[in-house]
Design a protein around this ligand. Structure first.
Ligand code: CMP
Length: 140
């Protein structure tokens, strides 16, 4: 499997608890490099556009309100099989179902406040990375 990139977001529940460094340590210890990173406060329009794929879901409005409730850290992770590797490091969407030792098990508060987002496929990773970063922002 070749080197890949994936989009990661450290969510407001995690920035609120000052967990950015602890979460980044998990990525780096697992062999993923943080090749772009920016701390931002998403606007309502940005959150709605980023999560547009979920717009018919009952949780969409709450999800967008949560994602704009505090700072997030958007980042590009790079490494071998990065999309799947990051999904393993994050654990299941619902922290209650996540494996021991994963970010969501150790830090997640609920299915909504689950500390991190990660792209679910290489195709979506490319779309999500382009949503936040220009190619020149990414230094591998
Ligand atoms: P994320 O990987 O950011 O992608 C969509 C998010 O919706 C997901 O993580 C969850 O945090 C959030 N979400 C909130 N409620 C639900 C739910 N009932 N089922 C799935 N995802 C949910």
């Amino acid at each position: 499997m070749a080197t890949q990139r994936t989009l990661s977001i450290i969510k407001p529940d995690a920035t609120r608890r000052n967990l950015t460094g602890a979460i980044n340590k998990r990525f780096e210890e697992a062999g993923l490099a943080i090749v772009a990173q920016r701390r931002v406060r998403l606007t309502d329009a940005q959150a709605r556009a980023f999560y547009a794929v979920h717009r018919e879901r009952a949780f969409y409005d709450d999800l967008c309100a949560f994602m704009t409730s505090g700072p997030v850290v958007v980042q590009v992770l790079e490494g071998e099989n990065a999309v799947e590797a990051n999904r393993t490091i994050m654990g299941a969407t619902n922290p209650a179902n996540a494996d021991a030792g994963t970010i969501r098990k150790d830090f997640g508060e609920s299915v909504e406040a689950n500390s991190v987002h990660g792209s679910d496929s290489p195709e979506n990773a490319a779309i999500e990375i382009a949503f936040f970063f220009a190619e020149t922002d990414i230094v591998g």
